[in-house]
Design a protein around this ligand. Structure first.
Ligand code: ADP
Ligand code: MG
Length: 258
């Protein structure tokens, strides 16, 4: 029996009068690769940001978030011990978030900082063993030969692969990726999705990836969670995303302004 890795209950978030998330709930088992879809503005990024504790739900909303079977957020409060759980989660951004003037290898090594003692993180000194692991992570994403290059000389697709190597270096069990292929050309997008799929299948890492294009969700994920105006609109097999469902998902997608 696999244990539940991620559980979200009644997650509600408002910014002023706008309800960005309304009582969203779902569970994701260890080893799943799930697509998060929905129109622009439907709340995908906000949901992912809650999962890693970058933001917290409305107070007294009954919201709860579990990571790796441990409650990390309740009623809009981050719980003690949540940081350690979040260190087990890697985050991949649409805009890569690399340090451009540092080498590719150093950018990968940065993945270690979160789990280092503070004094070591401050010194930023990495052991030979860590350097070997970082090179292995780069080889895994097909960029071993670019280790010494400055990160800002890479293409977008290569940068995103470095970001994945950084998450591998972090040894994250769960990977949250927020539109990781939205700014990539189709070929680079496929390469990035192939790598995410491989680390899901081969390492058993859980992946929740938000995707703008439903085609990619269908191709790479067996399950999709769809948000519409902050409500859970669909949670099920990607084959269940019929044309009629998708049309309804994308029509009148804007938020009701107060
Ligand atoms: P998606 O990622 O699906 O495009 P987002 O989660 O980024 O959607 O945004 C959902 C809604 O929440 C949008 O209407 C956005 O303007 C609003 N929103 C997100 N973050 C904030 C914020 N910090 N303050 C106010 N509104 C926000
Ligand atoms: Mg977004």
């Amino acid at each position: 029996m696999s244990i539940t890795r991620i559980a979200v209950e009644r997650l509600s978030k408002s910014f002023g009068q706008i309800h960005v998330l309304s009582e969203v709930g779902f569970e994701i088992e260890a080893g799943e690769m799930v697509a998060l879809i929905g129109p622009s503005g439907s709340g995908k990024s906000t949901l992912l940001r809650h999962l890693v504790g970058l933001t917290s739900a409305n107070r007294h909303s009954g919201s709860r978030v579990h990571l790796m079977d441990r409650e990390v957020q309740r009623d809009g409060r981050l719980l003690r011990g949540s940081r350690a759980q979040r260190c087990r989660c890697g985050y991949i951004f649409q805009q890569f978030n690399l340090v451009g003037r540092l080498s590719v290898l150093t950018n990968v090594l940065i993945g270690r900082l979160g789990s280092m003692p503070r004094w070591r993180a401050l010194l930023g000194r990495f052991s030979e063993e860590e350097r070997i692991r970082a090179r292995q992570a780069l080889a895994r994403v097909g960029l071993a030969e670019l280790a010494e290059q400055r990160a800002n000389t890479l293409s977008g697709g290569q940068m995103q692969r470095v970001a994945i190597a950084r998450v591998l270096m972090q040894d994250a069990e769960v990977i949250f990726a927020d539109e990781p292929i939205a700014s990539l050309d189709p070929r680079s997008a496929r390469e990035v999705m192939d790598i995410l799929q491989r680390i899901n299948l081969e390492d058993g890492r859980t992946v929740l990836v938000s995707l703008h294009q439903v085609d990619y969700a269908r191709r790479y994920c067996s399950r999709a969670i769809a948000l519409k105006r902050g409500h859970l609109y669909y949670d099920g097999p990607t084959e269940g995303l019929t044309e009629a469902r998708l049309q309804a998902l994308y029509e009148n997608a804007g938020f009701d302004e107060p």
